[in-house]
Design a protein around this ligand. Structure first.
Ligand SMILES: C[S@@+](CC[C@H](N)C(=O)[O-])C[C@H]1O[C@@H](n2cnc3c(N)ncnc32)[C@H](O)[C@@H]1O
Length: 209
């Protein structure tokens, strides 16, 4: 399993206009792209991938969404479609326990600490993605069942970073450049996918020296 947790610092916590994802919805466009990159491949869905969105914007923060590749249906990878499903989830009352909105999409009232407490029991490693971390290539093939934590356009605020660092097993960098959040997800998937190709070709070499 691979998981991603994206902190949406301004992402609104009420239903929003699909015509203004990047504006009045608090950069919900970023979160929609993250969902698409976490779950979709060409003509298919990664069933072993899931993404959590922490919405911290007005008027009713915090709210958390959970979107599971193994269950999701009726989703297309475009921002408007993903945004429509997120908006639907925000029409539900958020409570402590996850409640299903549509197939594979759940909503709850959880803050960063509560979410990380829950996810650190589910994932073997919490990996905080930050520009100055250790090169992903040094660790990618050793990662088992990782949850990657990343920020939106604002990043992760200092007080939230203190919480993330309490749970993080590693800080990992994907590039010397500061990337957009959805680009980070693409690269993390790529590096982990590449490990399985490398281990298969190593197996072939050993079988046919
Ligand atoms: C657009 S960046 C945030 C930029 C923001 N101005 C800042 O300084 O944090 C969004 C998130 O992607 C992740 N990120 C961006 N570039 C990265 C890199 N090269 N390696 C690892 N994570 C990266 C970080 O988690 C960051 O919070």
């Amino acid at each position: 399993m691979r998981g991603f947790l994206v902190v949406g610092n301004k992402a609104v916590t009420k239903p929003f206009s699909l015509k203004d994802l990047a504006g009045s919805a608090g950069r919900m466009d970023i979160l929609c792209r993250c969902v698409a990159q976490a779950l979709f491949i060409s003509h298919g869905i990664r069933k072993d991938s899931e993404i959590y969105l922490l919405l911290l914007g007005k008027p009713d923060p915090p709210k958390a969404l959970k979107i599971l590749g193994s269950e999701v249906r009726y989703m297309a990878p475009d921002e408007r479609n993903v945004g429509g499903l997120i908006r639907k989830a925000l029409q539900m009352k958020a409570e402590r326990e996850w409640k299903r909105s549509t197939p594979g999409i759940y909503v709850a009232r959880k803050d960063l600490k509560e979410l990380l407490e829950e996810l650190s029991a589910k994932y073997d490693e919490i990996v905080y993605l930050r520009e100055d971390g250790m090169d992903i290539r040094e660790v990618a093939c050793k990662l088992k069942n990782p949850l990657f934590v990343l920020g939106d356009h604002i990043g992760i605020k200092e007080e939230d970073e203190k919480i993330v660092l309490k749970f993080a097993d590693r800080i990992v960098s994907l590039s010397p450049l500061s990337l957009q959040a959805d680009q980070c997800i693409v690269i993390a998937h790529y590096e982990l996918d590449r490990c399985s190709t490398l281990s298969k070709s190593k197996g072939l070499e050993e079988a046919n020296p």
